[in-house]
Design a protein around this ligand. Structure first.
Ligand SMILES: Cc1cc2nc3c(=O)[nH]c(=O)nc-3n(C[C@H](O)[C@H](O)[C@H](O)COP(=O)(O)OP(=O)(O)OC[C@H]3O[C@@H](n4cnc5c(N)ncnc54)[C@H](O)[C@@H]3O)c2cc1C
Length: 420
């Protein structure tokens, strides 16, 4: 591979899954020069999915969540790790990044893997210190300690994280209330048809799920000299008291650094399919990247594990001067809640979907769902049905118009549902 001279520093900002995987890909692709990985968190790069699942439930060990099991991987691979350090400015002209301790690091190529951060609720009391968010290892460990049987947890937001925490909390016999402003959980991702299945799942596990309710404010109380939110006031005037309140209303991409440096930012850092930004020496990958997707013919930003795992391979190649490797994988994600295991592949483009088709009976707990437009499958989800993701992916990539009756019939192979 050519492009960057091997004495140039490959600098990566953001030491989580995308950042750590980019360092790994650079070494695997033969980059012999310096690599530095800077991250605001103090822990070694770790994976977030277990935080709201196995780790929270006490079924997975803390030392299993790290991207590379120990710090020795970074030493052996000559990756300079600067943890607990935040990059505060990019000087594009002089190819330098400033850190919060005043250090300036030079770069030949720079990868921004700054991920995303939980949104806060912009209502009275929304900045109270005791309102938890759920993003980090520390958040997971704190929440785990709060899951005491009989205690009351109110979760604001019925997105993936809110629902996974609700499931873990119910397994510990915590009384859980989930408040969601929209009419169904996960509405923006799954639509009303499938969102309703998740509502039913949580209600069947005695979650007090309240849909279409807005949060008006929090009631603050002085607890040991610190103002704490102790009640949630809903838009209809109802007040809910809780022992713990978790705000899980989604995440926003960490674009401040890029924006201040004059990079193009629109729902993430705008990059092409090679993950290069409008500056030829700066790249972005993972949650923060709004990347042109060749299959969809539009940019998409994906806040999922598989994207942060796989994009770095393309980013690393591009940083090393490869110009024709494009990131064109279809988005994929998964969740585990109670005894439900689910995978989803595909994406609903900005033009939307027209129809949802179920394969198998959703009430049985084992089924698939497909989102269609123009008769073709845009996305598919398998719930407690396994080893089908490759078939769904092939169906989406084929853009074939499908026979809906055949698609609905679990006895017909997915490879045989196209009309012609
Ligand atoms: C609780 C939880 C559960 C999840 N479960 C699933 C799941 O089941 N399935 C799935 O597909 N996806 C899941 N995800 C999503 C998945 O974890 C993310 O898509 C993935 O973590 C994104 O990785 P990333 O490296 O791009 O960004 P992040 O993981 O957000 O990491 C970005 C890092 O950059 C650091 N940073 C930001 N700005 C700076 C700066 N200026 N200087 C230095 N460092 C900086 C941040 O502190 C952070 O450590 C889950 C996410 C969470 C939070």
């Amino acid at each position: 591979m050519s492009g960057a001279a091997s004495t140039e520093n490959m600098l990566i900002i953001g030491a989580s899954l995308a950042g750590a995987k980019a360092a790994q890909a650079l070494r695997e692709d033969g980059w012999d020069g310096p690599i530095e990985l800077v991250g605001a968190e103090h822990d070694l790069p770790y994976e977030r999915p277990p935080l709201s699942k196995g780790l929270l439930q006490g079924k997975e060990e803390r030392d299993k969540v790290f991207v590379h099991e120990s710090g020795s991987w970074y030493v052996e691979n000559r990756v300079g790790l600067r943890l607990g350090r935040t990059a505060t400015a990019i000087d594009r002209e002089n190819h330098r990044v400033r850190l919060d301790d005043g250090t300036e690091l030079p770069y030949g190529k720079l990868l921004l893997a700054t991920g995303s951060a939980p949104r806060r609720l912009n209502v009275f009391g929304g900045d109270a210190k005791n309102l938890s968010s759920f993003r980090t290892l520390e958040d997971s460990e704190r929440t785990k300690a709060q899951l005491i049987p009989g205690s009351r947890l109110t979760i604001i937001g019925a997105g993936w994280i809110g629902l996974e925490v609700a499931a873990a909390a119910r397994e510990k016999d915590v009384e859980v209330t989930v408040l969601e402003a929209l009419e169904q959980p996960l509405l923006r991702v799954l639509g009303p048809e499938v969102g309703a299945r998740f509502a039913a799942l949580h209600r069947a596990h005695d979650v007090d799920l309240r849909l279409g309710v807005g949060v008006d404010s929090f009631t603050l109380q002085d607890v040991d000299g610190v103002e704490q939110a102790t009640r949630v006031r809903l838009a209809d005037g109802t007040e809910l008291e809780a022992d713990h309140i978790l705000v899980a209303v989604g995440a926003a991409p960490n674009t401040g650094l890029a924006e201040a440096a004059g990079l193009k930012v629109a729902n993430g850092i705008v990059v092409d399919a090679t993950l290069r930004s409008c500056d030829p020496d700066i790249f972005a990958a993972g949650d923060v990247a709004n990347a042109w997707h060749p299959f969809y013919g539009e940019p998409i930003r994906v806040e999922h594990w598989a994207n942060a795992l796989n994009q770095p391979k393309v980013a690393a190649a591009s940083m090393m001067g490869v110009t024709d490797l494009k990131y064109d994988r279809l988005p994929y994600f998964y969740t585990d809640q109670y005894d439900l295991g689910m995978e989803y592949v595909g994406h609903i483009p900005s033009s939307g979907y027209e129809q949802v088709v179920f394969r198998g009976d959703p009430a049985s707990g084992e089924y698939m769902a497909f989102w269609l437009a123009g008769g073709a499958v845009l996305a598919g989800m398998n719930v407690n049905v396994w080893d089908v993701v490759d078939d769904v992916r092939a169906l989406i990539l084929s853009r074939a118009v499908v026979d809906v009756a055949r698609l609905q019939d679990p006895a017909v192979a997915l490879a045989d549902v196209a009309t012609a």
